[in-house]
Design a protein around this ligand. Structure first.
Ligand code: COA
Length: 374
C-alpha cells in the first residue's frame, strides 16, 4: 500500500464579475418587464406580480457579495437572463476543457510536475458539457497525459468523492498519481429569473493533484483518510437530461430544467448530516477537535458554515480557522471547498491537521482529513 498526498492545487477564475448591485438591477428590470407584460392578468387576480430582489437580503441570507461567470452579458440582459456562450465546433476544445486545463496546469506547476508524471484524470463536476466522449478524456488529451480518464458527478460533493477515488487508486498502487479537476459552469444551470435563488451560483474550475507521498517534491498534504456518504433527497433537484425530448412538454421552458431547491429544508437536514459525518470521521481517526488547525468547507452559505465550524470545533472558529471564499465566488458547487483550500493552506506548519468537507445535492457529503508536511 502507498500513502497518497495532495501535492498541488490550481484555480481558474473567469474574467467576468457580477456584483450583487448589478445582479439586482437586472433582475428588477426583468420583474418590471414581466409585470408590465402581464398587467391585465395581475389586475384580474389571475397572476401574482413578481417581487423585486434586494442586495441587503442576498448578503444577509447567504454572505455572497459577487460571483465570477463565463458570460455576464446574457445574465444581465432582462431579455435573456442566462449566459450566452459561443457555439464551438467539434474540432476545438470544449469550454470545460479550457477551464480545467488552466487549473490543472497551475496544480502541476505547484507540485513541480508535468503531464508525464500523471496516470489518470477524473473530471468531477455537477454538470458536464456533453454526454460523451467524456470531458475528462478531452482534458487528458489537451494536457498530453497517458493512462485513462473518466467523468463523475456527485453534485457539490464531486471534488471530495473524486479525491477519494484518486486516493484509493494511488493507495492500492493501480496508479502513481491522478488529477481531479472540477470545471463548474453553474451560471448555466441557475435560474436567474427566480428571486429565491438567482444570487446563489458562480463559475470556476479547480484542480487537485494526488500522488504517492514519496513522489512529492515540495510542501504537501498527506491524505490521512477520506469518507463519503449519500442519502436520497428531492430538495435539491434538476430534471434536465437526455430524456427531455421524449417527454410531454420536455423541450418547453420549464422551471424544473434548471436548478431548484427547498433552501430551508436543505439547511435543516444537511447541517446535522454534515456535522455528524465530520464528527464520526474525525473520531474514527483519533482526530480531536483540538487537533484541527483548519476546516475548508463547501461554500454555499455563510450561516451554514458558521454553524458547522462551531459544531466541529466546539467553539466559534477564530479568524482564518474556517476560511470562506463564498463572498467573492458565490456557490461554485464542487469547486468551493477546493478554492478555500487552495487559497488558505500554504501557511500551515509541519504536522498540522486540516479537514476538507463538501456537501450538497443527493444529499451527499465527502470529507478528507489531511496532515501538512511543510
Ligand atoms: N430578495 C429579497 N427577498 C427575498 C429574496 C430576494 N432575492 N429571495 C427570497 N426573499 C424573501 C422570501 O420571499 C421570503 O419572504 P417571506 O418570509 O415573506 O416568505 C424571505 O425572503 C425569506 O426567504 P427564504 O427562502 O426563507 O430565505 P432563507 O433565509 O432560507 O435564505 C437561501 C435562502 C437559499 C440563501 C438559504 O435557504 C440557503 O442557503 N439554503 C441552503 C442552500 C444550500 O446549501 N444549497 C445547496 C445548493 S448546492
Amino acid at each position: 500500500m502507498y500513502t497518497p498526498a495532495i501535492t498541488g492545487t490550481g484555480v481558474y477564475t473567469p474574467e467576468h464579475v457580477i456584483t450583487n448591485a448589478e445582479l439586482v438591477e437586472a433582475f428588477n428590470a426583468y420583474a418590471d418587464k414581466m409585470n408590465a407584460q402581464n398587467a391585465d392578468a395581475i389586475a384580474a387576480g389571475e397572476m401574482e406580480p413578481m417581487d423585486h430582489s434586494s442586495e441587503e437580503f442576498i448578503v444577509k441570507a447567504s454572505g455572497i457579495e459577487r460571483r465570477f461567470v463565463m458570460d455576464k452579458t446574457g445574465v444581465l440582459d432582462p431579455d435573456v437572463m442566462h449566459p450566452l456562450l459561443r457555439q464551438r465546433s467539434d474540432d476545438e476544445p470544449g469550454i470545460m476543457t479550457e477551464m480545467a486545463v488552466d487549473a490543472a496546469k497551475k496544480a502541476l506547476a505547484q507540485a513541480g510536475k508535468t503531464a508525464a508524471d500523471v496516470d489518470a484524470v477524473i473530471c468531477a463536476a455537477s454538470n458536464l458539457e456533453r454526454a460523451y466522449p467524456a470531458v475528462a478524456i478531452e482534458i487528458q488529451q489537451a494536457l498530453g497525459i497517458e493512462g485513462f480518464a473518466f467523468d463523475m458527478n456527485v453534485a457539490c460533493s464531486s471534488a471530495t468523492f473524486g479525491i477519494q477515488a484518486a486516493a484509493d487508486m494511488v493507495r492500492s498502487g493501480s496508479i502513481r498519481s491522478a488529477l481531479v479537476v472540477n470545471p463548474e459552469i453553474c451560471s448555466a444551470h441557475l435560474e436567474w429569473r427566480d428571486r429565491d435563488c438567482h444570487f446563489i451560483f458562480g463559475d470556476v474550475a479547480t484542480a487537485t493533484l494526488i500522488e504517492r507521498i514519496e513522489d512529492a517534491k515540495g510542501p504537501h498534504f498527506e491524505i490521512l483518510s477520506t469518507r463519503c456518504a449519500t442519502q436520497f433527497s428531492n430538495n435539491i433537484r434538476n430534471n434536465n437530461g437526455f430524456l427531455r425530448r421524449s417527454r410531454p412538454d420536455g423541450v418547453k421552458d420549464r422551471r424544473d430544467m434548471q436548478f431548484m431547491q427547498n433552501g430551508r429544508k436543505v439547511f435543516k437536514e444537511v447541517l446535522p448530516m454534515v456535522s455528524q459525518h465530520i464528527a464520526e470521521h474525525m473520531g474514527d481517526n483519533d482526530v480531536a477537535n483540538t487537533d484541527l488547525k483548519r476546516i475548508w468547507l463547501h461554500q454555499a452559505n455563510k450561516t451554514m458554515n458558521d454553524f458547522i465550524g462551531k459544531k466541529v470545533l466546539g467553539r466559534t472558529p477564530e479568524d482564518g480557522e474556517q476560511p470562506n471564499i463564498l463572498q467573492d465566488y458565490a456557490n461554485t458547487s464542487s469547486a468551493g471547498s477546493i478554492i478555500a483550500f487552495s487559497q488558505n493552506s500554504d501557511d500551515l506548519d509541519e504536522g498540522d491537521i486540516g479537514l476538507i468537507c463538501s456537501f450538497g445535492a443527493g444529499y451527499s457529503v465527502g470529507s478528507v482529513i489531511l496532515r501538512r508536511h511543510a
